[in-house]
Write a protein that binds this ligand. Structure first.
Ligand code: GRG
Length: 307
């Protein structure tokens, strides 16, 4: 099966659970405008790559979707919140996301801020507790497993991960600090800003299964290289992509004079690094043999994606 089809199937499963969640008891009685903004942010779009990584790494250890879905939804809710906040005028000031108006554009800024906050809290609630009435089965997850997932997600999405990376990025953009970011600075901020959430999505399978340390670290390496590949391909899309296909504005980085790995090391070197990251991602999966075939496909897909 081709990878777009595989991703589409996971996407449909994840979408159905997100619909159930965002229309269910956890958002019952919530102000309608806020709930609408949260749904606009999360439903009906997105590749669902991070939930795919959670579900797929879980199946390496025979952990099925019933047990893995809460973690898959949690990473997607965090991802959704990060995009809502990133698009705000105070941050990246974007009006288009997934081919639709961004949340602040469709609603307003304060609603978008609160919707992002709400999605973040919901992510941790979903990990910590089974939504009542949901068919999600994390009632069966051991308390210690849940606690480890919560810690891992907090680390990856918080100040030592995504939020810290975003702060480095905005400081460079808006305050000129550092005045001329070098490649090492860009690599570090990207590993935090976008890499950490992708990496934790890959580690989640090992956490859910309470797998051996060497398996967890193999998935960590895979996730690190995949995150790097994802970011380089995102930079390349900004240079070479088509706005309609990508679903958001392109050529923004160059127009803003923003330092990216592509602008610092050049297009050819970036493409070489992308190939190396994909190679290393695939190599990290060797211990899992054929069971990891779809994760191998994911690495190839990330490098070749056009949206
Ligand atoms: C606001 C705390 C805070 C953090 C924002 C993730 C992020 C940090 C900003 C997003 C900026 C950006 C466009 C980064 C490039 C990589 C990226 C996350 C792209 C979007 O992810 P996809 O392609 O999106 O998985 P879909 O729409 O498929 O879900």
């Amino acid at each position: 099966m081709d990878f777009a089809e595989i991703l589409g199937r996971t996407g449909a499963l994840v979408e159905a659970e997100l619909v159930r969640l965002l229309h269910g008891p956890m958002v019952a009685g919530v102000p309608a405008r806020l709930a609408g903004a949260m749904r606009h942010a999360v439903l009906g779009g997105g590749k669902r790559l991070r939930p795919f990584l959670v579900l797929e790494t879980a199946q390496l250890f025979d952990v099925g979707p019933d047990e893995a879905l809460p973690a898959a939804l949690a990473v997607e809710l965090i991802h959704g919140y990060s995009l809502v906040h990133d698009d705000l005028p105070a941050m990246d000031d974007d009006e288009l996301r997934r081919g639709r108006p961004t949340v602040w554009k469709k609603f307003d800024e304060w609603t978008a801020i609160l919707a992002g906050d709400g999605l973040q809290a919901l992510a941790f609630e979903v990990l910590a507790a089974s939504p009542p009435g949901s068919k999600l089965m994390n009632g069966g997850l051991a308390g210690e497993v849940r606690a480890r997932l919560i810690v891992a997600l907090a680390e990856a999405s918080g100040v030592r991960g995504m939020v810290g990376g975003q702060a480095f990025d905005l400081e460079a953009d808006k305050l000129g600090n550092p005045r001329q970011p070098d490649a090492a600075h860009i690599r570090r901020l990207q590993a935090m800003k976008t890499g950490a959430l992708i990496r934790v999505s890959c580690e989640a399978g090992a956490l859910l299964a309470q797998a051996a340390d060497n398996d967890r670290s193999a998935l960590r390496s895979y996730g690190t290289q995949l995150g790097l590949a994802f970011q380089i391909s995102d930079d390349l899309l900004d240079v070479e992509g088509d706005a309609t296909t990508v679903g958001k504005a392109v050529a923004k980085d160059a127009a803003a004079g923003k330092a990216t790995l592509v602008s610092l090391i050049g297009l050819e070197a970036a493409k070489t690094e992308l190939s190396r990251a994909v190679r290393e991602a695939k190599a990290a999966l060797a211990p899992f043999g054929r069971r990891a075939d779809r994760l191998v496909q994911a690495a190839e897909y990330v490098a070749a994606r056009d949206k």
